[in-house]
Design a protein around this ligand. Structure first.
Ligand code: AMP
Ligand code: MG
Length: 331
C-alpha cells in the first residue's frame, strides 16, 4: 500500500531545485520536465527509490528504465562507450536519443533500473531545467514518463498532478515540454546499429550521422527481434513458484517472516518495496550459488499479488517460463 503523500509543487528556481535534489538524495520521487515528456525521477542507484517509481505508476511489470545524466563524463561512469557510441553521444546529446550500452558493473546502478540486464539505456536531456537539476544532483536519475501506467504521457506539470498527485513527493514545474514524443532508443553496438524504439530524434538523422542504415524490427533484410535486444533476465536454474516450505534439493528464495531457512529472503518483513529492490540481485546470487553447488532449481515463496507484488510476480512468472537449459533460457 502506498503512503498518502502531500505532493509538493516546486518552482523552477534555486529553492525549488535544492528541494528537488534533497528529495532525490533521500530516495524520494520528483517529477521534472525533459524536452520529451515529464519524467518521474528517482536516484538510479537506490533500489528502493526505483521500486517506488513502479509503485507510484502502478506498473504491472518491471521493464528497464531510461537513466538520465547531466553530461558525458557522468554517463561514462555508468556505461561503457564504444567509439561509435561516443560519436553518437557527441553528435546528439543533449537530446531525445537514448543509447543502450553495456552497463559498468562498478557504477552502482540498481539492477531494478536495468531489470537485471547487463545493458543500460542512457541519455542527456536537452531541457535546461532538467540538466541543471541533474548537474546539481551529480548522479544518475531513472525516469520513465510521469503518468500512471496505461495513461498518456504528461507534457505539463498539471498533467502530472492530475495523474500522480498524492502518490509522489514533488513536481517541479518547468512549463510545457517541447518535443512531446518519447526518446528514440538505439543500440549502437549492435551490427548494424539497431533502432529499438522510434521517437523524438528522427531515424534519418541518426542514419546520416552513421553513414549506414539502422536495423529495425519491421525491416525484413535486417530483422531485430525485440527479444534479441530487450531480452528479459532469467536465471539459468529452473524457477518454481509458490513454494511455501523449505525444499529439499533446491535453493529457496523467501518472502516475509515465515520463511526460516530460506537461502535468501526478498524481504523478511514482507515489505514490497524492499522485495522489488532485491528481486534481480537475489535471483542473480541464487543462480550463482546454484551453479557452484550443482543445484538445478530455485524455488520461490508465494508473494501476495497486491501493489508491487503484481510486477514481482509478473517477472518471476517469466523467469519460471524460461527454458531451464543453460544460456538458451535467456530469451
Ligand atoms: P520508458 O522509460 O517507460 O519510456 O521506457 C523505456 C524503454 O526503454 C522501454 O521500452 C525499455 O524496453 C527500453 N529500454 C530501457 N533499457 C533498455 C535496455 N537495457 N535494453 C533494451 N531496451 C531498454
Ligand atoms: Mg511511458
Amino acid at each position: 500500500m502506498l503512503e498518502p503523500t502531500e505532493t509538493e509543487l516546486l518552482n523552477p528556481d534555486a529553492a525549488g531545485m535544492e528541494r528537488a535534489v534533497a528529495i532525490w538524495r533521500k530516495g524520494g520521487l520528483v517529477a521534472f520536465p525533459t524536452e520529451t515528456v515529464y519524467g518521474l525521477g528517482a536516484d538510479a542507484c537506490i533500489g528502493a527509490a526505483v521500486a517506488r517509481i513502479y509503485q507510484a505508476k502502478g506498473r504491472p511489470s518491471f521493464n528497464p528504465l531510461i537513466v538520465h545524466v547531466a553530461d558525458l563524463d557522468t554517463a561514462r561512469h555508468y556505461a561503457d562507450f564504444s567509439p561509435q557510441a561516443e560519436a553518437l553521444a557527441r553528435t546528439f546529446w543533449p537530446g531525445p536519443l537514448s543509447l543502450v550500452l553495456p552497463v559498468n558493473k562498478d557504477g552502482g546502478l540498481s539492477d531494478l533500473v536495468t531489470a537485471g540486464l547487463d545493458t543500460v539505456a542512457l541519455r542527456i536531456p536537452a531541457n535546461a531545467l532538467a540538466r541543471d537539476l541533474l548537474r546539481a544532483f551529480g548522479g544518475a536519475i531513472a525516469a520513465p514518463s510521469a503518468n500512471p501506467s496505461g495513461r498518456i504521457s504528461p507534457t505539463r506539470a498539471a498533467h502530472v498532478a492530475e495523474g500522480l498527485g498524492g502518490r509522489i513527493d514533488a513536481i517541479i514545474d518547468g512549463g510545457n515540454c517541447t518535443v512531446g514524443l518519447e526518446s528514440t532508443i538505439l543500440a549502437p553496438d549492435h551490427t548494424p546499429p539497431a533502432l529499438l524504439r522510434p521517437g523524438g530524434l528522427p531515424v534519418e538523422a541518426i542514419e546520416a550521422a552513421l553513414g549506414q542504415h539502422l536495423a529495425r524490427s519491421e525491416d525484413p533484410e535486417t530483422p531485430v527481434s525485440p527479444g534479441q535486444m530487450t531480452s528479459h533476465y532469467a536465471p539459468t536454474a529452473r524457477v518454481v513458484l509458490n513454494v511455501a516450505t523449505r525444499p529439499q534439493a533446491a535453493l529457496w528464495l523467501g518472502f516475509g517472516p515465515d520463511c526460516g531457512g530460506a537461502d535468501l529472503n526478498l524481504s523478511p518483513t514482507g515489505d514490497m518495496v524492499e522485495a522489488a529492490a532485491n528481486l534481480f540481485g537475489h535471483l542473480h546470487r541464487l543462480d550463482q550459488l546454484a551453479e557452484q553447488r550443482g543445484i538445478s532449481e530455485i524455488h520461490v515463496a508465494p508473494i501476495p499479488a497486491r501493489g508491487l507484488g503484481l510486477a514481482i510476480n509478473d517477472r518471476l512468472k517469466r523467469a519460471a517460463a524460461a527454458r531451464p537449459s543453460g544460456g538458451a533460457a535467456r530469451t
